[in-house]
Unconditional design. Structure first.
Length: 187
């Protein structure tokens, strides 16, 4: 496992569109995923210990963000050749078992991950209602550990701010996770 941190937020950067198959049998795009107050695009996978540690908090936070008008979508861009746990069947099972409140889609060609300049899982991109980037940071301060009671929910608080003001916080702490597993690259 190679740990990677995300770059700083490029405020105002426009969200690239996509059209990807979801584990729910439908195709999903920016238009179908966005909420009236914003959109959270998450690059996740099934095998990464960082994602495994926070996935239930992601589910909790996206449920709460939906109530604030923020849509969410999770994109799996890893090459499952060397990581079978990231296969389509495992994606379907994970989404079902955790009752994902957001579409979980496959970026098989990795074109979308490259368009977003995604670097790790989890990698979070928080957009306002105009689909301008306002957040590129961590989920919370617990990283890979069990979240302590009262831990600051960086992503949730940032997207709540985006939903109410259209602007994200100026100070953001990068996410850390497993590097995206690019096709043709080892490890």
């Amino acid at each position: 496992m190679v740990s990677t941190t995300t770059p700083i937020c490029n405020f105002g950067w426009p969200a690239p569109d996509f059209d990807l198959p979801g584990v729910d049998g439908r195709r999903h795009s920016l238009a179908s995923a966005r909420g009236p107050k914003g959109l959270l695009v998450m690059f996740i996978c099934n095998h990464c210990p960082y994602v495994k540690a926070v996935i239930q908090r992601i589910v909790r936070d996206t449920r709460e963000l939906a109530a604030l008008g923020v849509g969410s979508i999770a994109i799996m861009s890893n090459d499952p050749t060397d990581y079978p746990e990231d296969s389509w069947d495992h994606m379907v099972a994970l989404a079902r078992d955790l009752d994902f409140p957001f579409p979980y889609v496959l970026d098989e060609t990795q074109v979308v991950a490259r368009a977003y300049d995604a670097v790790c899982t989890p990698d979070f991109f928080g957009f306002n209602a105009d689909l301008q980037l306002q957040y590129r940071g961590r989920l919370d301060e617990s990283r890979k550990e069990t979240a302590a009671k009262g831990v600051r929910r960086d992503l949730f608080e940032a997207m709540k701010l985006v939903a109410t003001t259209g602007q994200g916080p100026r100070e953001q702490i990068p996410s850390i996770g497993c590097s995206i597993k690019w096709k043709g690259e080892a490890g």
